[in-house]
Write a protein that binds this ligand. Sequence first.
Ligand code: DUC
Ligand code: ZN
Ligand code: ZN
Length: 493
Amino acid sequence: MSTQSFDIVIRGGRVVTPKGTAETDIGIRDGRIAVLGSGLSATAEVVDASGLLVLPGGVDAHCHIDQMVSSGARTADDFEGASVTAAFGGTTTLISFAAQHRGQSLRRVVEEYKTRAQGKSVLDYGFHLIVTDASQQTLDVDLPALVNEGFTSVKIYLTYDALRLDDRAALDVLTAVRRERAMPLIHAESHDMIAWFTEKLLASGYGQIHHLADARPRLAERDAVHHAVSLAELVNIPIVLVHMSSAEAVEQVRWARRRGFPIYAETCPQYLVLTREALDRPSFEAAKFCCSPPLRDKASQDALWSALSDGTLSILSSDHSAFVMEGPDGKLRDGPDTVFNRVQYGMPGLELRLPLIFSEGVVSGRLSIERFVEVTATEPARLYGLAGRKGVIAPGADADLVLWDPKKQIRITPEALHDGLGWTPYEGRCVTGMPVMTMARGTVVCREGERLAAGGHGRLLARARPEACAINTPPVTGFDVVSGQFICDVPAS
Ligand code: DUC
Ligand code: ZN
Ligand code: ZN
């Protein structure tokens, strides 16, 4: 029995951490978790959590919010709308993207995205830097300063004409990221395979939407995942492979990890619960299911579930990328006959990431509740420099908490969601398990369907350099790219 007093006490819930689940009270003071124990008293509010799970708020480490994408289209939501919909789904931290397009100053891009979020987001947020222009100014001036300011992760693309880096540029970026001890994220699909196949399909008149899955085959992902791992090994840097979608990609990740190389990989709800057959619907329906990499088959789904459960895949993010359906920013910007490579790829996912995976994973017996918390909150926080602060229920962490009713069922409709988008690829699906209250830094953001926090409650997170990036293994080649010196002998190969 503690005699201290707290601003808020959450009483009687089953508290979940990656290490186990136990009934305990949580004492909160000044927006942080002060203590876990029993019989705690509060000066302000006691929240009765009996019959509920208490989870660390979700950390969604891959979402595109208020972003200008390479086609010139803008995603549909701003930071207020996106953070509110995320909070209703049990997420309390967002890591979105500050996307550099070629010729742009990375510094100016970041300042622009900071302005977009500031005063709007109800949740704490950070930005990964998307680097498409590997200039000296970007790599030697802007990047070091930005990493020092807490932007400690960088995404690069191996595909898309407007975004991709060739190998030399990719190695330059990885070397600079390694020097700064930041974390790289890699979009791994083979550009030339996709470009070649797209050209052949279009030349033969196969432009319909369902050919998206043919044009971006699993082999193109397998090939690029293997290649990305080789690039990382050459430079001796850990990487996060984002949005793994196929059994073949999982096989490559498993191969890399078996060899002891620090490869981390992410998947997303759409690859776990949807399949490519959805693309066979008429175009206005099929467009809802277009993402990149595309949806795959049931065998890939099964492989992803196993890999998520056994630790081959480390994190589960939404890859939220919401677009309206029509108009210049729409998924079908050329109308119902938009060819597959002109569709705007991406799906909304902020609000349903946790409910879908709880229902299909935990309720269906494919994931333990502890693993669910680990992949949706604890591990993304750890990988991206928020360890101990976000994604955990422990003294000293921010009081980002979700009261979760494991029995509550809903049938998904656009009206049941809070994104105002008017469509969802999950329409008609029923899920079991929903958040009933989401708290961010001790403030209740939403409760029983009601929004309670104002835009601007969220703060920009200065993230630490991820622990995983403090590399102390010798380079496979013996040559250290950062110091420019041979630092050890390696057997001739
Ligand atoms: N890559 C992403 O990470 N998200 C949306 C589309 C894409 O190509
Ligand atoms: Zn990507
Ligand atoms: Zn993405």
